[in-house]
Write a protein that binds this ligand. Structure first.
Ligand code: SAH
Length: 193
């Protein structure tokens, strides 16, 4: 498996976060979370990078992302994997990200509007799953849609503080979870807007 870490860091450093936000463009270069409207936020860039590196992408990976938001994280995932499937519950954000990602000429991103807690069954199983909203526990369907040998990054905890958690499923289908760091994400909401 090819380790893409250096290339990911290099690519990330030249990404323009302001392109993915409508307001607060002047704040986009700072290492802080920014609002993307509808009560949602993009995490600070160092956390987006950290989560991406922890996911251990490889060029052939099929990735499921839950919480498309602005599309910023989606673009980074897509640059280092084969295909990204991304699900967003808020229609306006789904449309926004679709426009931005198509404009940036990505051809390996598939976007859907819906409840990401259910995953995206049609394209499962996935090598990698990234959840960018907080859950009280790992949604069963996401775990089911993760390949043996696969990895998932997900913030698990209460609405106000979570443990960023790496879930790994080994070749026998056994699941382990590793604490990475404390984080605060907006909640994974179990319905469409
Ligand atoms: N990764 C995004 C930021 C995510 S903010 C970025 O780079 O901009 C979290 C996102 O998860 C929000 O857009 C929110 O609407 C979405 N979300 C919350 N619950 C969801 C669910 N059940 N299914 C899909 N998306 C969800």
């Amino acid at each position: 498996m090819q380790n893409q870490e250096k290339d990911i860091i290099r690519y990330f450093e030249q990404m323009d976060r302001s392109y993915f936000v409508d307001e607060n463009k002047e704040l986009a270069s700072l290492d802080r979370p920014i609002s993307i409207g509808y009560g949602q936020t993009i995490s600070q860039p160092t956390l987006v990078l950290k989560m991406t590196l922890e996911l251990d992408l490889f060029p052939q990976s099929s990735v499921l992302e839950i919480g498309t938001g602005s599309g910023f994280q989606t673009a980074l995932l897509a640059a280092f994997s084969d295909t990204v499937y991304t699900v967003e519950r808020i229609k306006a954000l789904h449309e926004w990200a679709k426009g931005k990602l198509h404009e940036s000429a990505f051809t390996n991103i598939h976007l859907k509007r819906g409840n990401g807690s259910l995953g995206w069954k049609e394209n499962a199983p996935y090598d990698r799953i990234m959840v960018t909203a907080a859950a009280s526990e790992v949604p069963a369907q996401l775990l089911e849609q993760l390949k043996n040998g696969g990895k998932m990054i997900i913030p698990i905890g209460s609405p106000h503080s979570q443990d960023l958690t790496l879930i790994e499923k080994n070749e026998q289908g056994e699941v382990t979870s590793t604490f990475i760091m404390p984080v605060v994400f907006v909640g994974l909401v179990d319905s469409e807007d």
